[in-house]
Design a protein around this ligand. Structure first.
Ligand code: ZN
Ligand code: ZN
Length: 410
């Protein structure tokens, strides 16, 4: 085994001294952890919080899943890796395209780099939309999603017979089981293959539905704790963070608090003169109705000021930025962001036109993310840091800290 430090995207990572498992818990607002620990049923999390190995940091804005997962595995913001949402408007094609193809990825991942140097790497995601991006250029490793665990082949995923190995049926995309499957598979693979570097990424189905401290949320974290305890006993370093937080997006009557930006723009600058893109949109929108707290708008220069004035005067909108302001503030790729970026207040979400959002699938008061209000995320380690971090942490520092700054197992 090569035991050298590797440089990836301008950051240096020491070779792991024991297996490292990095977990991205989708939508893990910090309060979920402090609340579940009160139940006394999460010994692993409780120890981390009590020992002071729990920190807070910022995720990338837009606080969505793909930009943040890619930041975590590349160690850099979207201005470097290029993935700034699920969707963007391709100016050449003149249409909205999904950004989950590897051709849109502009940076190498730390996972791929370590695999090139001989590390055994395993990546398990809940939803398949992330699998290709996270697994890009990993050689000789394992990479699959719970969603399509029944279709794994050695050629494509580096593993087959996953359902039999785990002993769980294929989970529904809209279930807590989809995430449990990730943890169960992670434990099985650590017990058998013992990879050097493992990345586990869950889905936020539960977090969209249940607030911190509720039974539905606590059950999820108690389940997670049981698997992490098993991993911990296998003698591995465990680092936990989140892609973003999660907040209630409802008014006093419990109804979704929505500003429909396309309707608003059509009124101000004329129908279809502005194009509103919601980068949260993906094929699975039942649990949030494609409503988040971040939007980008394409609009011609001559109409821009009029719309900006109106947006700034609209209650519930916290930021109206032009392309260059937004890209420098949030470290985003200029060519994949519209002419304007809109961020809404903590309890407000942004839509396109009222007629285009189907909210009939919402069986719980709306909770969502995307804005600055969901930027705070946990960074947890089952080891002590050599010294307290002196700079403001980001979720994409997690690999750096895990490989460079943790004390060895006591
Ligand atoms: Zn997410
Ligand atoms: Zn979500």
């Amino acid at each position: 085994m090569i035991m050298k430090a590797l440089e990836v995207n301008g950051r240096t990572y020491q070779w792991m001294k024991e297996p490292l498992v990095v977990v991205c818990v989708d939508g893990c607002e910090y309060d979920y952890l402090t609340e579940v620990v009160k139940t006394g049923k999460t010994p692993f999390l409780e120890k981390i919080l009590k020992d002071g190995n729990a920190y807070k940091g910022d995720c990338v804005v837009p606080s969505f899943t793909n930009p943040n997962n890619l930041s975590i595995v590349t160690g850099r913001p979207p201005s470097v890796h290029g993935i700034c949402g699920n969707f963007f408007f391709d100016p050449d094609l003149k249409e909205e395209v999904m950004m989950n193809e590897v051709k849109y990825l502009r940076a190498e991942t730390v996972l791929a780099k370590f695999s090139h140097e001989g590390a055994k790497v395993a990546v398990i995601t809940a939803k398949d939309k992330l699998r290709k991006l996270l697994g890009h250029q990993i050689v000789g490793g394992i990479c699959f999603s719970s969603e399509k665990a029944d279709q794994c082949t050695v050629d494509e995923n580096g593993i087959t017979g996953v359902l039999e190995m785990i002993g769980m049926p294929l989970p529904s995309v809209y279930s807590a089981d989809l995430s449990e499957f990730v943890f169960a598979a992670g434990v099985k693979i650590m017990e058998s293959v013992r990879p050097d570097l493992m990345y586990l990424s869950t889905t936020d189905y539960i977090q969209h539905k249940y607030a911190p401290g509720t039974d539905g949320a606590n059950d999820f974290y108690i389940m997670m704790d049981s698997y992490l305890s098993k991993l911990d006993k296998l003698g591995v370093t465990i680092a936990i963070t989140a892609d973003h937080g999660m907040n209630a997006k409802t008014n006093s009557e419990g109804k979704p608090n929505v500003i429909y930006l396309q309707d608003l723009a059509d009124q101000v600058v004329g129908k279809d003169n502005a194009r509103v893109i919601l980068p949260i949109t993906d094929p699975y929108v039942v649990h949030h109705g494609a409503l988040g707290s971040y939007a980008t708008i394409y609009i011609s220069n001559d109409l821009k000021n009029e719309l900006v004035e109106k947006l700034k005067a609209t209650p519930g909108i916290s930021k109206v930025l032009n392309n260059s302001e937004a890209c420098s503030l949030f470290e985003l790729p200029n060519d994949r962001v519209g002419d304007l970026v809109i961020v809404s207040d903590k309890s407000v979400v942004l839509g396109t036109s009222e007629s285009r959002h189907d909210l009939s699938g919402l069986d719980a008061p709306l909770r969502s993310h995307g804005g600055i209000s969901e930027q705070t995320v946990p960074l947890l380690f089952n080891r002590r840091l050599i010294q307290k971090p002196n700079s403001h942490l980001r979720n994409f520092d997690i690999l750096d800290i895990s490989l460079n700054s943790l004390e060895p197992r006591a």
